[in-house]
Design a protein around this ligand. Structure first.
Ligand code: C5P
Length: 308
């Protein structure tokens, strides 16, 4: 049977811990981060075509670049090059269709997720046969967060964030409320603001939070809420002061933890259980402190073929 379309579902990520080390000569920062995939997903389909193209619909579709800057198209090119090196390549183009639920430039790695989905989808469409390990190597060349979107679950990221080790976690499921902001933040701009806040002071090497890892092993949401941390949070708030109010509202509503997601401006709130998450979402939405809210559970699976 000839495969004509492959569809992959891919999750957003949040960072339970984001420890940012010194600025490196290549413009990146060494990180220690704990990635956590949540059940807010994009769907990405690929089908054979004369030339590569991308069509985006859904949440924030108008803000996604449609040309060669599109991360999913960059992933297609990177996979084509990697497959050709192993003589497993295909010359054909692909039409990529992205159905977005993950907001754009929101600190949820939506663009990286779409790139990861495109890698998995084209690997299947072309029957290129790259292993998960080979796909992760290609992913790391496309962006710092792309490899994690392939893996999903909960994982520790080092280096730029692309060197991953799955975290030892209990079977717990966590219930999150995401507050989407009325606006966007650029990741390089937030890292730049952090560098300026730090000035000339020496920056220690980042290290993993033992308390956070212990809370994850125990599956204890209250301890996890206490241990959440993000070195980019102060810089994100400095650039987007309204986030202070959003975080305060969640804390007043008894969230176990309140945190800016990655480089922001999405804010995250950890709930005690599913019904607390529903109440928190309704109350936050009524408080007028964000554009909209969504509930999400984690950990979620990485990029997965859902239709072929
Ligand atoms: O790798 P990616 O393209 O997703 O990174 C976007 C930007 O975020 C980089 O150009 C850099 O400014 C910043 N970044 C960083 N250190 C990291 C990851 C990203 O400074 N570890």
């Amino acid at each position: 049977m000839i495969v004509t379309t492959v569809t992959v579902r891919v999750p957003a990520k949040i960072n339970l811990q984001l420890a940012v080390g010194p600025l490196r000569p290549d413009g990146y920062h060494d990180l220690v981060t704990v990635f956590h995939a949540v059940s807010l997903c994009d769907d990405v389909s690929v089908s054979p075509a004369e030339t590569d193209s991308v069509k985006v619909s859904g949440e924030g579709a108008g803000q996604v670049p449609a040309g060669g800057d599109n991360l999913a198209l960059r992933a297609v090119s990177a996979l084509r090059a990697a497959a050709a090196r192993g003589s497993r390549g295909r010359d054909s183009g692909v039409a990529v269709t992205i159905g977005k639920r993950i907001p754009v430039a929101a600190g949820l790695a939506g663009g990286s997720a779409d790139a990861a989905a495109a890698l998995v989808a084209c690997n299947e469409l072309w029957r290129a046969g790259l292993s998960q390990h080979e796909l992760c190597e290609v992913a790391a060349g496309v962006g710092s967060d792309v490899a994690f979107a392939l893996l999903g679950g909960t994982a520790v990221g080092r280096g730029r964030g692309e060197r991953l080790t799955p975290a030892l976690v209990g079977p717990a499921r966590y219930h999150w409320v995401l507050a989407f902001a009325d606006g966007q933040l650029s990741t390089p701009a937030v890292y730049g603001a952090l560098d300026r806040q730090r000035g000339a002071k020496p920056v220690p090497e980042p290290s993993l939070s033992a308390e956070l890892m212990s809370a994850l092993r125990a599956g204890d949401p209250a301890r996890l809420g206490e241990a959440l941390g993000n070195d980019l949070q102060a810089a994100a708030i400095a650039m987007f002061p309204a986030l202070r109010k959003t975080l305060a509202a969640g804390r007043e509503l008894d969230a176990l933890g309140a945190l800016v997601s990655g480089s922001g401006p999405t804010c995250l709130f950890l709930a005690r259980n599913a019904s607390h998450a529903t109440n928190l979402a309704v109350a936050l939405s009524g408080a007028g402190v964000c554009r909209s809210v969504a509930r999400a559970a984690g950990p979620a699976s990485g990029a997965t073929v859902i239709e072929r």
